[in-house]
Structures are given as structure tokens and as C-alpha cells.
Ligand binder design. Sequence first.
Ligand code: SAH
Length: 360
Amino acid sequence: MAVTPLMEKLRRRIAAEGPMSLADFMQACLLDPDQGYYATRDPFGEGGDFITAPEISQMFGELIGLTLAQSWMDQGSPQTFTLAEAGPGRGTLIADILRATRSVPGFHQAMRIVLIEASPTLRGIQADTLAEFTPAWTDNFADLPKRPLWFVANEFFDALPIRQFQRRGEGWSERMIALADPGLAMALSQPLPMPDLAHRLGDTVDGDIVEVCPAAGPIAQTIGARIAAHGGAALIVDYGGWHSLGDTFQALQAHEPVDPLAAPGEADLTAHVDFEPLARAAAPAVAAPLVTQGVFLERIGITDRARALAKRLSGAPLDSHIAAHRRLTHPEEMGSLFKILALTPPNAPALPGTDNGESS
Ligand code: SAH
């Protein structure tokens, strides 16, 4: 148990106000302006706490860039559109997207880049990465302009605060963060009927835990509304599945799982993404059936791209390139756990690599 400055702050808050929801705890640990995990550091890469797909290989962002550009052309190459990314981290994904789309006629002239980022530290790194472009930043999805929107997010939704509920008969107890000696511990609230969880009584039994991400629905709704009204598409990549079941709240520090309550502000906190409520909230935009990252990347050509890049490599760089391809696509690595949710306007061609029921 580490007595971090944020631990002291949270203990004082709980002493004054009573146990806090997991969502309030995650919000403080990740984004507290002074001591929050993302607010104060660059956590990515081999020397950081975790590594993400765009940081593993340039192929990830390049192929996604060409996918978005193809979708833009399929919808008649609108002359002005928003190219938005939520939670861009170091800016690696958007930089790879921009490099790969440079030769797509008209794409760069038409795009207006908007980055949705809450961390001042990471905004600074993104500004450096994208120095030759002129992105705009916001932390509010409602600010997305009312025009065609091509949107991408990788490992963004897993960072949004969740609440956890444990089934007790026909009611639900919320899993809360309470004081312990020392530190913090989980505690259960009194069971209450929860009308919002009525639909989960059918697929759970006593003692099961379900997770709810209150912020995700309104975000998906805004993105879906823009796309349905003005055109565009969304490509949302994250770990998770179609219906949450069980405790997926986790903390990573130096690439190792740690106790999420042990060192507030010093470990990355995430939960698996429940894609079904996202897809539902995005209507009338159309959600393609969820596809795994491995299948998606194969469909959009990662093996050809990997072979082309391999021709220029030998020795250790070639070995790490081959390992990166495997890491992104293999079912035992990121290939199956990570999923792609694609959103398109009704009656529009599917995003390449996905199938929304419309022929493209
Ligand atoms: N997409 C990047 C980074 C993923 S980490 C990659 O794949 O490498 C999560 C990112 O979301 C970070 O940039 C973090 O600062 C940002 N973030 C987390 N919560 C946020 C919120 N509520 N609003 C905006 N950005 C947020």
C-alpha cells in the first residue's frame, strides 16, 4: 500500500463524504488536475506502464488511415470534414493516419483535425507530434462541428470511469470505495432495485457483477448523431465485448497488473468496454457487427503491408517487425481481445474491413 498524495486526498474526501463510487475514484485517479495519472505524465511505451497498438507498429495507423480515406471517398469526398480522435495519447495514431493519407487527393485539404483530450501534459506532446498540422483541442464531444465526421478512438473508452453493481436477489449493491486501515478497500452498498439494470436480470444470477460506464452512452450518442445527420464514420477500437459480465476493473504499472486501490494516481486504471450500449446509443448511425482486431487488420491488408515493410529490414529490426505483426493480430495476443466497433450513416457503404449490411 503506497501513501501517495492522492491516497491522502481521497481518504480525506471519503472521511468527509462517505464511500465513493468506482467512477468517482477512477475519475480522480486518472484526471485529478494535480495528481491524476494521465494529467501528469506520458505513460506509454516500453519504458512506461503499457503499450498500445499504434505504439507497437506504424502499420496500425497507416491501415486505419487508408480505411478512413476510402470511406470518405465512398461517401463522395465531402469538401470539408472533421477528422477527430478521442484520447490520442502521444499522437502516434493520428500522425500515422496523416502520413498514410497524404497522397489521397483532396483528403488533407478537406480535413479539419479535432483532438478530444483531457490531459494538458498529453495535449503538449500531441502538439509537438503534429507540429506541421493545425489541430484544435477540446474535451467536450458536444463541440464537434455539425459537418461530416470521420472519428477514431483507440483505448479511449476503457479509460472512462465505470460503476460496478453486484446482484443481490432482484436488487443490486454498488461496489464502493471505502476507508480501510491502512488505505482503501471495496465495500458494498445496501441492495436497491435498479430500474436501469432491469434488462440484466435475465442474463445474471445472484452474486454476478455487471459494469456500467455512465459517460460512454452520451459520447456515442453525439458521435452517432453527427455521422447520421452529416455523413462520416467512426472506428472504435478497444478491449471488451458485447455485454459486460464480471469484474474487469484493472490497474497496470510497468506492464504488470497491480491492485487498483493500492497506489492512486500512479497506475493506469481501465475496464473492459461494453460495446452493446455504445452501439445502441449511436443510433440512428448503423453499428456493424463487432469484429476482432486480428480479423479486421487482416481484411484491410496488414499482411501485404507487413511483407512490403519487411523487404527493407533485416536482423533485429526485422525480428521486431515480425513480432509486432503477430502482437497486433494473433488471437493469443491482441487479435481476439480487442474489438472494432464501426459506425456509418444509414444506407452508406460499410467501412472497409467491416460489414454493416450495405454493399460497398
Ligand atoms: N489512443 C492512445 C492513448 C490511449 S490512453 C493510444 O492508443 O496510444 C487514453 C487516452 O485518453 C489518453 O490520451 C488520456 O489522456 C485520454 N483520456 C482519458 N480520459 C479522458 C476523458 N474523459 N476525456 C478526454 N480524454 C481522456
